[in-house]
Design a protein around this ligand. Structure first.
Ligand SMILES: C[S@@+](CC[C@H](N)C(=O)[O-])C[C@H]1O[C@@H](n2cnc3c(N)ncnc32)[C@H](O)[C@@H]1O
Length: 371
């Protein structure tokens, strides 16, 4: 009996021991399982976020791929348009060349260019050829000029200068007035013609464009500037006078026409009566302020001095509305018809008693023909 109860006790002790060991093992296993589960969840979360990132990158790439497609299509259509425009440009160039051949070889144009280009080379060499933005020169006579270190003013073109020269010389004109000098470029063409006819030119300017380096200004500033310049003249501060005036005087000296042209500092219209005094003009070039009422006022100031029977009044930049108004004002006031010549800056002659053939010659020799 005792033996049996010892065995039973031992068995229950072993059973108890086993149960304790099992509980511990099961606890350890549970902990391990929980740890595995936690790390597995972490890994799943990391993989998920990596997956999300990859999906986002892929959709970004596919979006930019479709953008790329769009850009490619746009480039294709631009290239198509460019090819079309190039074709049009080539066509227009060809047409322009066809147009340009006849005037290019016009005997009067050729003679004028042969005479005046070499004579004016020392002048043009010191100036800068210039065009307005998006313009191209038809040929070497189609450029305007400016002082190299000033933004404005711009001159007429060489071709336009040749026409002024031709009209004065061919019509034997004797007494001219020009508003305005700028830096003397137009005056060189006109005065070298008066040199031939024994005539004389007065060229005046307020030098306001050079001062402002702009072609828009108010009249009071032009008047004040003229007062300041006159004071500098009285004080003999010649080196402080406008660069344009100095260039004009140096140019006239180089061309040996100092006795043919007088350069005056004056504001139009109020300064004109004193300038012209008792002169009778058969030539006037209106090329001062190009806006507002200024061109009409410039014409008005000249009218009392015009020869009643015989004159040429030239206009430049008649594509400007204010200048166009002045052309019609001059024509009405003198009972004449304006005559347009299709140069770069659309010069127009308002004339009386002048040989019409000389005007037609100008029209025929301009490289930019009307069609
Ligand atoms: C286009 S530029 C003249 C260019 C010149 N005829 C040439 O072709 O070489 C115009 C000039 O007019 C001058 N001007 C503008 N308004 C004026 C005014 N009210 N009185 C005098 N000169 C003026 C400007 O100072 C500028 O020099």
């Amino acid at each position: 009996m005792l033996y049996l109860s010892i065995i039973a006790t031992a068995a229950s002790a072993v059973a108890l021991g086993l149960a304790v060991t099992n509980r511990r093992r099961s606890k350890r296993l549970k902990t391990q399982l929980a740890e595995h589960q936690a790390s597995a969840e972490q890994q799943i979360m990391r993989l998920r976020s990596e997956l999300d990132r990859s999906i986002a990158q892929l959709s970004e790439r596919s979006a930019s791929a479709s953008n790329l497609d769009l850009h490619r299509k746009k480039i294709d259509s631009i290239e198509e348009r460019q090819a079309h425009c190039q074709k049009e440009v080539d066509h227009l160039r060809g047409e322009a060349q066809n147009l340009a051949m006849l005037p290019t070889w016009h005997p009067t144009r050729v003679a004028l260019a042969e005479e005046l280009r070499p004579r004016l080379v020392p002048i043009t060499d010191k100036l800068g050829p210039v065009l307005f933005p998006n313009q191209l020169a038809f040929d070497e006579l189609d450029w305007m000029y400016k002082l190299p270190d000033r933004k404005f003013p711009y001159s007429l073109t060489f071709e336009e200068g040749m026409m002024m020269h031709y009209l004065v010389a061919a019509n034997e004109l004797k007494s001219g007035y020009e508003i305005a000098t700028a830096f003397g470029f137009s005056s060189f063409f006109i005065a070298t013609a008066f040199e031939k006819t024994g005539g004389h030119l007065i060229s005046a300017d307020a030098y306001i464009e050079e001062e402002m380096e702009d072609f828009i200004y108010d009249h009071a500033s032009a008047q004040a500037h003229v007062e300041k310049l006159r004071q500098l003249q009285r004080d003999k501060q010649y080196e402080q006078l406008p660069r344009g005036l100095q260039f004009a005087m140096e140019g006239a000296a180089a061309l040996k026409i100092e006795s043919v042209v007088d350069y005056e500092i004056a504001c139009s219209p109020e300064g004109v009566p004193d300038l012209l005094n008792d002169r009778q003009l058969d030539f006037a070039f209106i090329d001062g302020g190009h806006f507002g009422e200024q061109p009409v006022l410039d014409v008005q100031s000249v009218l009392p001095f015009l020869h009643p029977e015989r004159f040429i009044m030239m206009f430049h930049d008649t594509q400007c509305e204010a200048v166009a108004k002045a052309v019609h004002f001059a024509a009405q006031a003198t009972g004449t018809q304006p005559f347009s010549i299709h140069t770069r800056n659309r010069i127009v002659a308002v004339t009386k008693g002048i040989d019409p053939k000389t005007l037609h010659t100008c029209r025929e020799m301009t490289v930019r023909q009307a069609v």
